[in-house]
Design a binder for this molecule. Sequence first.
Ligand SMILES: [Zn+2]
Length: 265
Amino acid sequence: MTDDIALRRAPIEITGAHRSSLRNRVRSYIRRSPRLRAVWDAVKYARAALGQRAAECTVCGKTSRFLAYGFRANALCPHCSSLERHRVLMLAIERRGLIPPGSEVLHFAPEEPVTHCMRRLHLASYLTADITPGRAARVLNIEQMALPDASVDVIVCLHVLEHVNDVRALAEMHRVLRPHGRALLMVPIVEGWETTYENAEAARTVAGRVQHFGQHDHIRLYGRDLRDRIRAAGFDLATYTGSGADTVRHSLLGGETVFVATKPG
Ligand SMILES: [Zn+2]
């Protein structure tokens, strides 16, 4: 009886050891359930969405905690809205001198962070183009451009080829570029695949395109043979990928590649 009262009156003391053991038990319980684990990861992700670590933006030059974009943590610059692909593109342009001063540049499906950078490159001209009216200075179909042969020095074309007939688009880019002109190309790509995944049946519906290619308007997911497709259009090909240190410093996607397709002279 006496012991009973004593127990009821004893203050509950949670020591550091108890806390750690409780935490471990909760963690081990969560780990055993895939569904609980997914929810736990979502909570962790939500905490990361507002920025985990600082990185230096190659577009606006500012250093700050980058935000999540979609399900990618540390992707979006809070100052200029650049994403990983914009930052690696700018590294490639600056380090390899891919757009010399005085160039005439055509930019398909323009994204503001890249447009912002173009303004500081001292270009002779800069034309933005898109197939959808209102999105760029000029309406152009990349598969059939209303532009003269050999009239452009550089084409910037990020995340467009996976939406269109790429054989026609690459042929058109080759036609409108001057000799020694180059197209800077980026696409979603699975480097582990030897061959690009295309599936005509899946590409017919929105649901099929989302499920098979990851976005409502993508019609393929490239593999390594993208390189062959670019060369088959008559281009010489070089690539640029940020180093491991660049990836950390500028918060890039490790291995994301800029394909530099040059029209031979
Ligand atoms: Zn920025």
